[in-house]
Design a binder for this molecule. Sequence first.
Ligand SMILES: C[S@@+](CC[C@H](N)C(=O)[O-])C[C@H]1O[C@@H](n2cnc3c(N)ncnc32)[C@H](O)[C@@H]1O
Length: 228
Amino acid sequence: MKGVKKHFEEEASEFDNIIVKLVPDYIQMIDALVSSIPFNKKNSFNVIDLGCGTGYVSMKIKERFPDSNLTCLDFAENMIAQAKIRLNKYKNVNFYLQDIRKFEFDKNYDAVVSSLALHHLETKKEKIKFYTKIFNSLSEGGVFYNADIILGSSESLHKLYIAKWKDFMAQSLPGDEIEDTWMAKHHKEDRPEILLDQLSWLKEIGFSEIDVVWKYYNFAVYGGTKPK
Ligand SMILES: C[S@@+](CC[C@H](N)C(=O)[O-])C[C@H]1O[C@@H](n2cnc3c(N)ncnc32)[C@H](O)[C@@H]1O
């Protein structure tokens, strides 16, 4: 996890340029994530963006829900610094420089969202524990949605997903950079899990209305609601 923090500290200034080349339909994926928040646009509710990075998801939340109380959390100082600049013009935004694994939720949230961060939790056990923590922090009727890299349910689907992902990256990046930089980082730092397994963990934890809102091969937006 030390390596993950170092990677994002170093990448912060380039992150916005590169992420759209690495993640297929990143803009559309984040639109699906933010659109999943089921509240009225005029409502004031508590929302947290876990692993907020440079703040793109958070900005989209504020554009859509200007009266929301938004918390942005990340453990990389340089990423949070970019998020602060991006969100400067919005009110009711606060920032936590913290590791999500040590984060004790400070209040009940009506929406917990995350994008491309929770796959960095290293083990299944750690992910289940963290999803449970999210569930416990939610208010009744509150929602959790995650946009993330995932695994398919079989080896052949996994191969297909990786091939399609590389095809996407090859539209704007040279082959050696894809292999030597991005796939190397993926193998070293990313710990994605099978999507259907994650949905069953959410069910076991107590979430209802569990669904996959958006999917492109090995990237998906999924989550559920804490029942009232
Ligand atoms: C790929 S970036 C995604 C940023 C942003 N959510 C987005 O979609 O544009 C992943 C972010 O998660 C953060 N992150 C990873 N593991 C974390 C942890 N354990 N605690 C806090 N932040 C973490 C990284 O610092 C990085 O900013």
